[in-house]
Design a protein around this ligand. Sequence first.
Ligand code: BGC
Length: 380
Amino acid sequence: MIKFLFIILIAGFLLQQILHMNNEKVERIEVKEFGLLDDGRTVKVYTLKNKLGSSIEILDLGGILKSINVADRNGKFSDIALGFNNPQQYLTDSPYMGALIGRYANRIAKGRFTLDGMEYSLAINNSENTLHGGITGFDKQIWKSSPSTVNNEAQLKLSLISQDGDEGYPGKVSAIVTYRFNDQNKLTITYLATTDKATVINLTNHAYFNLNGHTAGSILDHEVMINASHYTPVNSTLIPTGEIATVRGTPMDFQTSKPIGRDINIDDPQLNFGLGFDHNWVLNKSTEGIISLAATAYSPKSGKFINVYTDQPGIQFYTGNFLDGSIKGKDKTFYQHRDAFCLETQHFPDSPNQTNFPTTELRPGEQYKTTTIYEFGIKN
Ligand code: BGC
């Protein structure tokens, strides 16, 4: 009898633990149907939550960061990520808002490169160049998604197989991207990839931020610091010239935090090419490949800031110059010129054609692995 009672007690305890684990799951990460694409496929939305009351929505379509809800200095929550209410718009209207970008973030000149003596031609989708993986890049695929709660952190693992020849790129690539959101408001993104043939790879996230809220208009009052003494100047089609130039004495100098609007309208050939900032900065690193502070952005109005940490050698700072009020986003907002900024951690643009840039080649047996952390906070 005593033995029987003992077994019941243990079974009850175990059941409680299991229920607790499940509760934990419900608390930290939830899934819902976001909607249907025009071709009938369902898009899911995951909500990652933390103890501060912050929440981040991520789609299985393109691994898109659909919203980032964090508090301002008065404790008021607002969504600091631009995006759409309708999944189909992410395929038809979106300039990559919040999306995972692959196989190659940024531009490859004339959509061509040579690797191991073989010449490859890619899909051209940005004047004469290839941009952000081509016409149907990683941002437009539905990823396999697997939510969990690990050490009280919401975690969403997304995986995708890109077949040999996809958008012209060689090799069958298997990519896994994991988002983790913790109680310190840090969103960690880990990118993994392997290939069965020599190829090139450069993955990033393309979130558009506005620290006053996605409906709030211009970001020119935001203050930005980029931890870089050099950048890669571009030609008129935004392809790097190959030069690694000092930022000193140029509008590209963000070594000390300054308002985005301070120098953006200077008549400077680099700014004229990009209609504003749309360049890759060469991050200062004490040791190659370590995770270190790459950039900070702060809004004096809301008090919200973002710190970006990465192990990548570069960051594209883009100030929403090509937004022109023509696309209707969330909350019926028409996003205007410079209503958002992006801080895309990456290898340098056009690396496959630039021998003096760090390599983006990936070979069978190797693993591509990189980490970027977006930390959201408040300052007075
Ligand atoms: C590029 C811009 C481009 C934007 C949206 C950025 O990463 O640098 O030139 O317009 O993405 O596609």
